[in-house]
Design a protein around this ligand. Structure first.
Ligand code: CMP
Length: 141
């Protein structure tokens, strides 16, 4: 079964949206198979956001992502990568429709409440960066 990594970012953690976000994914029938709070640091963020490292917004992004611990999770389900990103809405929360997580809970392009893996390659990389194999449960036999 396909897996994706979701991070509830510091803006949403501060505003108590963790439960609402988890409930939304559970209501879609996805299974939560790993979850923890983690305090990100420069080292992990440089690997996580490798493709953004030279962008002008990177220092501000690191500062934002270290404001609080983040809630990191792995969700499992059919076509979960695409479906989760659809539920999240576009990166810029100001352009996200109401009813999407970023439309309902995000603020702008940076403080956009949630991260979700872009594709299977990213999901694998992100799972390895955030979790040990023992931390990931599976309902599959
Ligand atoms: P996400 O798509 O999860 O991963 C990259 C993050 O960088 C993105 O969410 C935003 O939080 C942030 N980001 C992307 N583009 C910009 C931008 N133009 N200005 C500030 N932050 C950005």
């Amino acid at each position: 079964m396909q897996k994706t990594v979701v991070i509830i970012k510091p803006d949403a953690v501060k505003k108590n949206f963790i439960g609402k976000i988890i409930a939304r994914f559970e209501s879609e029938g996805f299974k939560l198979i790993a979850a923890k709070f983690i305090r990100l640091d420069d080292e992990i963020l440089s690997k996580w956001y490798e493709h953004h490292r030279h962008k002008p917004f990177f220092p501000e992004l690191v500062s934002f992502m270290t404001e609080t611990p983040v809630a990191a999770m792995v969700w499992e389900g059919e076509d979960v990568i695409f479906k989760v990103r659809e539920i999240c809405g576009p990166t810029d929360s100001r352009k996200a429709q109401k009813g999407t997580l970023r439309g309902d809970f995000g603020e702008d392009i940076q403080r956009n409440a949630i991260h979700a893996s872009e594709d299977e390659t990213a999901a694998k990389k992100e799972m390895n960066l955030m979790f040990t194999p023992e931390e990931i449960h599976t309902y599959e036999k």
